[in-house]
Design a protein around this ligand. Structure first.
Ligand code: FE2
Ligand code: FE2
Length: 164
């Protein structure tokens, strides 16, 4: 597996987008419930490693992308709120599918912006070697990442996003 930061993050995106498509095709509450559990885990880990490593490092190394990074933090925050609410709901709740669809719309838009708008500029600015170093930092962060939104490190991330 490549240790290039952007390749790693795009691999995560692919897996996240796959669970979205599966959710859209699913009918039974049970299937929807386990897909949302999976989505929540993938998003909790992915958001954590971007918030802890990718975003601060890009902000520091590519100051031109400051506005994109700040907007992305806010998009993560919106997704975090939806994820926390979904984590407390059951699939037979009237609002479960609607809320999941809003999460999917938001995250798809966010992933598109990362992949189309600013990751290419990060690649251009940083080059291969730095992206591989960043990839190693992401892998390290992934090993300590929370997997559920209720874990303290995930809560801290959400609180930081609201307060700071
Ligand atoms: Fe992101
Ligand atoms: Fe991402």
């Amino acid at each position: 597996m490549s240790s290039d930061a952007i390749v790693m993050l795009k691999d995560d995106h692919k897996e996240i987008l796959r669970t979205f498509r599966e959710f859209e095709k699913a009918d039974a509450d049970e299937a929807k419930g386990s897909l949302v559990d999976r989505m929540i885990e993938l998003l909790t880990v992915h958001t954590y490693i971007e918030n802890e490593v990718m975003y601060p490092r890009v902000r520091e190394l590519v100051p031109d992308l400051e506005d994109d990074v700040l907007e992305s933090y806010e998009e993560h925050h919106v997704a975090d709120v939806l994820v926390m609410e979904l984590a407390a709901m059951k699939p037979d709740d009237e609002r479960f599918t609607a809320k999941t669809m809003v999460l999917i719309e938001n995250v798809r838009h966010h992933i598109e912006e990362e992949e189309q708008e600013w990751f290419p500029q990060v690649r251009e600015a940083l080059g291969r070697k730095t992206l591989q170093q960043l990839g190693a930092e992401l892998a390290e962060a992934r090993s300590k990442a929370p997997r559920k939104p209720s874990q303290p490190s995930a809560l801290k991330k959400t609180v930081d996003a609201v307060i700071s």
